[in-house]
Design a protein around this ligand. Structure first.
Ligand code: PHE
Length: 353
């Protein structure tokens, strides 16, 4: 029995020494010392021995078991060291290498401009409102003194939506200008009004200087005795705040069906300060005549106030509406040869702002 035990010990130690990794070693432990192992079988036979023999053999068995367990432990730590070493080669982390900075985004330049515009007008009491982009013909045209089939409508190259008509408000359109929001604001019947409506607008046009979806911002002020003087003051406030000190606006007579009088608004050129001349006397290379065109404005036509349920004898209103993209590009001096680049999601362009 003692010889058997010793032979078994030698065999187990040999297996332990050749186990090539921790898993193999665990397997050796189970098969050599586990319940079904030869070693356990031998232990069960202890009971058949005499008391003296049992003590002797039992002692030997315990010593051998201890010896085997020590060998297992030693081999295990050897194998682990080898494994860790290999891991350190293949899966190394150098905590001293500088980290990778996560990419941070920023607002689109149109959104940045919208925020500036809202900020500038809120300082003179205009509150931002929002109106639908999908609009009824009545708000986009009829309430604005443009009856059905009026040729003035052509200017707005409208997208009509293939949907059932409203019995009173007519066809559904993608709003071609923010003045539809002004018509809606009048209808609310809460006076006085000082609103700033900024929204997406849509027109059937696409080329290097037009995109079918663009943004307009529209100011509307309705109160008693509103005059062109107020309009001029507000526009100059915007010119100074948005484009910089020293810039001012000029009103040029124009025609819109929904305003009377109507104007186109120009801003003094930032390069020649409105003179149209460079220092050497030649024509200004940017504006050629001292002024750059911004957009439309005027005092609301009495028919428009009436359509909105407001008495034109008692109230008057000023309104202006411009394109956000055009205005912001004039400020930053971005000279893009194709405005469509704004909405192409090309990071090479967008990351510059
Ligand atoms: N809605 C006009 C346009 O799209 C601009 C405008 C707004 C003109 C308000 C006068 C008053 O061209």
């Amino acid at each position: 029995m003692q010889d058997k035990l010793k032979a078994l010990r030698d065999q187990i130690l040999a297996e332990i020494s050749v186990a090539s990794d921790v898993t193999a070693l665990e397997q050796v432990e189970i098969t050599c010392l586990g319940r079904k192992s030869q070693f356990s079988q031998l232990m069960k036979q202890l009971g058949e021995l005499s008391a003296v023999e049992r003590r002797e053999v039992g002692q030997l068995a315990n010593d051998l078991k201890q010896e085997i367990q020590d060998a297992l432990k030693l081999r295990r730590s050897e194998l682990l060291q080898v494994e860790f070493k290999a891991l350190a080669e293949t899966d190394r982390i150098d905590v001293t290498i500088p980290g990778l900075r996560p990419e941070t985004g920023h607002l689109h330049l149109t959104t940045q401009a919208i925020q500036d515009i809202v900020d500038i007008f809120s300082r003179v009491g205009f509150t931002r409102v929002r109106h639908p982009e999908v609009e009824w013909d009545w708000f986009a045209f009829e309430a604005l003194n443009m009856p059905p089939d009026h040729p003035a409508r052509d200017e707005w190259e409208t997208f009509f939506i293939d949907a059932p008509q409203h019995s009173k408000l007519g066809k559904m359109v993608l709003t071609p200008h923010t003045t539809s929001g002004s018509a809606r604001e009048l209808k609310k019947g809460q006076l006085p009004i000082r609103m700033m409506n900024i929204s997406k607008t849509y027109r059937r046009q696409i080329d290097v200087s037009h995109v079918p979806m663009f943004h307009q911002f529209e100011g509307l002020l309705v109160d008693r005795d509103v005059s062109v003087t107020h309009l001029k003051g507000i526009l100059d406030h915007f010119a100074r705040e948005f484009f910089g000190a020293g810039r001012h606006t000029r009103l040029r007579p124009f025609h819109f069906r929904f305003t009377e009088p109507s104007f186109e608004v120009d801003i003094s050129c930032g390069i020649c300060s409105g003179s149209g001349r460079s220092e050497d006397g030649s024509k200004c290379r940017l504006c050629k005549e001292g002024w750059l065109e911004l957009g439309g404005a005027g005092l609301l036509h009495p028919n428009v106030l009436t359509a909105g349920g407001i008495d034109p004898e008692e109230y008057s209103a000023l309104a202006f509406g411009w394109g956000v993209e055009r205005t912001m590009m004039m400020r930053s001096g971005i000279m893009v040869d194709d405005i469509r680049v704004l909405y192409k999601s090309d990071f090479r362009f967008l990351n510059q702002f």
